[in-house]
Design a protein. Structure first.
Length: 200
């Protein structure tokens, strides 16, 4: 599976979805930051009162750290930072059975239309212990980015350097994705296939 840096256009729904989710996380960042700062200041004031100050200070530090995470996620989901990514042919994601609930929620909320194109994000899964090159596929939905599967291992090995390079520039690689109709697998579970492709 060949990959390249960019393509000529994005899927039609990409910008609105990206802006909505980015705004959600940016709002959470401001809220968490305010709460964190208030708790830290209050904790510092209460330090003389034995352990009471620490009981307030430590949660404040935790909330402030969470705020930084929200800011990072907001940047990732900001449509202004999207960078179209190219494959040489359509590609089925793998591991989608682990994310069946997310996939069904997205599919149902967007009209249960297998022909609908979704904007999907490609993100390096840094915490993946099985594959250091793992690239997870996310679809923005309900204010956050929902995982729907991974690039196959061989494809991820080729795509990872480009995904990482885009991230280092503050960009989020994007592709189009389609969610297939539900089907019953051999083990009796209901699944849906997610296929990604270049928007060209």
């Amino acid at each position: 599976m060949g990959v390249s840096r960019g393509v000529s256009e994005r899927s039609a729904c990409g910008h609105d979805v990206g802006m909505t989710t980015a705004a959600t996380h940016a709002s959470r960042y401001r809220t968490y930051r305010t709460i964190g700062i208030v708790l830290i200041v209050l904790g510092a004031v209460l330090i003389p009162f034995f352990g009471l100050g620490l009981l307030v200070l430590l949660p404040g530090i935790f909330v402030l750290a969470s705020a930084r995470g929200q800011l990072k996620t907001a940047a990732m989901l900001d449509a202004a930072n999207f960078e179209p990514f190219a494959f040489d042919r359509p590609l089925d994601v793998v591991g989608e059975s682990n994310y069946a609930k997310h996939i069904r929620a997205i599919y149902t909320a967007t009209g249960s239309d297998p022909a609908r194109a979704h904007t999907a994000l490609l993100v390096h899964d840094k915490g993946n212990k099985r594959d250091s090159n793992a690239v997870i596929v996310l679809i923005p939905h309900a204010g956050t980015a929902r995982p729907v599967g991974y690039l196959p291992r061989a494809t991820a090995a080729a795509a990872y350097p480009l995904v990482a390079a885009a991230a280092s520039r503050g960009k989020t690689p994007t592709v189009a994705a389609m969610i297939g109709e539900p089907f019953v697998a051999d083990d009796g579970h209901e699944l849906q296939q997610v296929r990604i492709y270049t928007t060209a």
